[in-house]
Write a protein that binds this ligand. Structure first.
Ligand SMILES: [Zn+2]
Ligand SMILES: [Zn+2]
Length: 499
């Protein structure tokens, strides 16, 4: 959480004014990006001879403006007590901004529980891929869709078998979260599928009833993973990304043309294998305080199959009534890659990234130079329009049964927020055009805060009275409040090795 303090003040027009002093610019992560993003971009472009993709540069820019009042804000006023509140704009990016990531996690989890996942048992199926396929999926995100189709077909078939139904007699449903990172903010694309643990079957009147499935056995799980691997390999070979020659399977040479391929792939490959992409230590492993690669926590546990670098884990099941646990699970799988607390600087000026849970060898932190840390941040940024949540079967947006099985959720308090709730989740596309802020975007942003309870009196409703976007007005108000009217300065690009 960012430091927050509230101070009553008077606005220039004399109204009492409240503002929340979020201070993103005081976090270590902010300072690192502020000082080193420009060097990182310059250095990456110099060493690859290609331009870093626009969406990555935009992510760094947007992060540096996130929560900073000097970049503009909304003025809200309480209908009851008349107090004003200033609300800085947030970047709403999906790569590494911890505060936007945490907000998105809460909104997405609440949305899934209230409006998407029916009141039936749910099993989590986690599929991890071997490292070469992680690199492939990072470089060619369009492959995620066919991969998911393969996985869903295999799992649905399994659930239909368990219920003793033919393919056209029952309907499965699932939500998949494509998680792009592991516990060390390393790029580790893996799939978390929340699968309804059974199938729907319609009676003579077309009313869907749910048939629960039992837990798979370890042998069944192994067989499922074998089937998934065989079908994935076949699909990837058919698409020309894998080449089978003399009984061996190889990754086909990617069409390495294009600026993006040259800058992005080394970054992604490095982030996947814990190596440093560019700079004096290029190719070396990132230092850890204990120095070893992590093993996945859940290896060698029941209901976890491991074959040829693939793994499938299915031990977590949530009962139909346990909506609280379901929400915790949804939060866990939509959690952001980083939190402010996990990023620190040591006395030598190196970045210490605290692991969420220590590795088995006792490693608690990864240590890297600021430039190396920037590489890791860049690799975490998803491409624009890459949807990280997918809905399958009866939960697919166009599924006939969808409206009959999804929960109706709590009553929304006002019609305006109805559109905002689902649209706010991960599923939306990221708006472009960093310097023009449209009203639609402003309104979306505003629903990120509790408009129904004034922070001062606790009962009044907040209304937007103005969006302050013009430089001179921003300066006037912030100066009046004794706040810094200037955005935090940005570090200039420096030579590598100076970090
Ligand atoms: Zn943000
Ligand atoms: Zn009030």
């Amino acid at each position: 959480m960012r430091a927050t303090a509230q101070q009553p003040q008077r606005a220039p027009d004399g109204a009492p004014l409240h503002y929340e002093r979020h201070r993103p610019e005081q976090t270590t992560l902010y300072r690192l990006v502020q000082q080193h993003a420009a060097s990182f971009i310059a250095h990456t472009e110099a060493s690859t001879g290609a331009e870093l993709p626009r969406f990555i540069k935009d992510e760094f820019d947007a992060f540096l403006e996130c929560g900073i009042l000097a970049h503009g804000f909304l003025r809200l006023r309480c209908c009851e007590c008349g107090h004003d509140k200033l609300l800085a704009f947030s970047c709403k990016r999906r790569g590494f901004c911890p505060s936007c990531g945490a907000r998105r996690m809460s909104q997405t989890a609440a949305h899934l529980v209230d409006h998407v996942i029916p009141h039936v048992p749910v099993r989590q199926w986690v599929l991890s891929l071997p490292i070469p396929l992680r690199v492939l999926m990072a470089a060619q995100p369009e492959l995620v869709t066919p991969v998911l189709q393969v996985v869903q077909r295999v799992l649905t078939r399994h659930l239909l078998d368990a219920a003793g139904l033919q393919a056209d007699e029952g309907y499965g449903g699932a939500v998949t979260l494509i998680q792009r990172f592991g516990s060390a903010a390393n790029l580790n694309i893996h799939l978390h599928c929340l699968v309804l643990d059974g199938v729907y079957r319609c009676d003579a009147d077309g009313v869907p009833g749910f048939i629960e499935a039992g837990a798979p056995t370890d042998d069944e799980l192994s067989a499922l993973l074998h089937t998934i691997i065989a079908r994935l390999m076949k699909m990837l070979t058919r698409r020309g990304v894998l080449v089978v020659d003399m009984g061996q399977t190889y990754l086909a040479e990617p069409d390495a043309d294009g600026e993006e391929a040259r800058t992005l792939r080394p970054l992604q490959a490095a982030a996947v294998t814990y190596r440093i992409a560019f700079g004096p230590r290029a190719g070396q492993k990132v230092l850890t305080l204990r120095g070893a690669l992590p093993r996945e926590d859940w290896a060698r546990q029941p209901l976890c199959a491991d074959i040829d670098g693939f793994s499938l884990h299915a031990a977590v099941r949530v009962e139909a009534h346990d909506r609280k646990r379901l929400e915790q699970l949804c939060r866990y799988i939509t959690r952001p890659a980083l939190s402010d607390q996990r990023v620190q600087l040591n006395a030598a000026g190196q970045v210490e990234l605290k692991l969420k849970t220590p590795w088995r060898d006792g490693t608690t932190h990864l240590v890297m130079s600021p430039l190396e840390f920037m590489q890791r941040l860049a690799a975490l940024v998803p491409r624009p329009r890459l949807h990280l949540i997918r809905f399958h079967g009866v939960l697919a947006p166009n599924a006939k049964l969808r409206a009959r099985v999804v929960p109706q959720g709590p009553q929304v308090q006002e019609p305006a927020s109805e559109g905002a709730a689902p649209a706010e989740c991960e599923v939306q596309t990221v708006p472009t055009g960093p310097h023009r802020i449209g009203w639609a975007r402003l309104l979306k942003r505003i629903f990120d805060i509790d408009m129904h309870h004034c922070p001062n009196c606790g009962v009044g409703e907040l209304k937007i009275i103005a969006a302050i976007l013009e430089r001179h007005v921003i300066e006037k108000i912030l100066t009046h409040l004794g706040l810094d009217p200037q955005p935090p300065p940005r570090g200039r690009a420096r030579e590598a090795g100076q970090d």
